[in-house]
Design a protein around this ligand. Structure first.
Ligand code: 5GP
Length: 215
């Protein structure tokens, strides 16, 4: 069985990447979404173990000490980390695992595992980003300001991603994301096992043919 692909989806807060992910999982099979641990408080409607594993600082520090994270990072006064065990288990099962994480964590994973696919989601314009952040109505003005400041910072590293995905029309964007991930499977780097097998088979059938001819 082929090993799954590790895919990282990052984007400014308010880029719509959460909705995009949800829709991708509804629409297509074979994706597994990693659930992160965080020290921030749950937003209304968020559920433990579904949206995040909500931890206090002490619990989070213990997970770091136990080497439980594939990566972790600070983002606007809180810690966020990807538990490694689930990711590896799903990859081994051949599922494509998606991490929805911010930029520092993404770059750490890419260094550790260079065949990770990095995709950056952005709204079509800065004005649209501000509208989406304000419209969410769940954050204070100060948090929105901090998230906008972070977006300015993050825009400086967008070019380190493999692909930029503009999220204008949701359905179109979901299909584009799926196509992008699936086409990555065809890259020779991810097809080593198949290449080895077909080479072997070709050699065997050629040898059999030669034997037959000689008879
Ligand atoms: P939010 O508080 O809006 O849920 O997430 C804030 C930021 O943290 C988002 O950019 C999100 O992608 C990122 N994030 C969520 N989980 C993780 C994680 O496990 N690791 C890292 N590095 N970033 C994360």
């Amino acid at each position: 069985m082929n090993h799954g692909l590790l895919v990282i989806l990052s984007g400014f807060s308010g880029s719509g990447k959460g909705t995009l992910m949800k829709r991708l999982l509804e629409k297509y099979d074979n994706y597994a979404l990693s659930v992160s641990a965080t020290t921030r408080s749950p937003r209304p409607g968020e559920r433990e173990g579904v949206d995040y594993f909500f931890k206090n600082e002490e619990e989070f520090s213990r997970m770091i000490k136990d080497d439980a994270f594939l990566e972790y990072a600070r983002y606007v006064n809180h810690s966020y980390g990807t538990p490694a065990a689930y990711v590896d288990e799903q990859l081994d099962r051949g599922r494509d695992v998606i991490l929805e994480i911010e930029i520092q964590g993404a770059l750490k994973v890419k260094t550790k595992r260079p065949d990770t696919l990095l995709i950056f989601v952005t709204p079509p314009s800065a004005g649209e980003l501000e509208r989406r952040l304000t419209g969410r109505g769940t954050e204070t003005r100060e948090v929105i300001r901090q998230r906008m400041a972070r977006a300015v910072e993050e825009s400086g590293s967008m070019d380190q991603y493999d692909y930029i995905l503009v999220n204008d029309d949701l359905e179109e964007c979901v299909d584009q994301l799926h196509t992008l991930i699936q086409s990555q499977h065809s890259q020779t780097a991810h097809q080593r096992e198949f290449i080895r097998e077909i080479r072997q088979e070709l050699k065997q059938s050629y040898a059999a043919k030669e034997r037959e001819e000689r008879k």
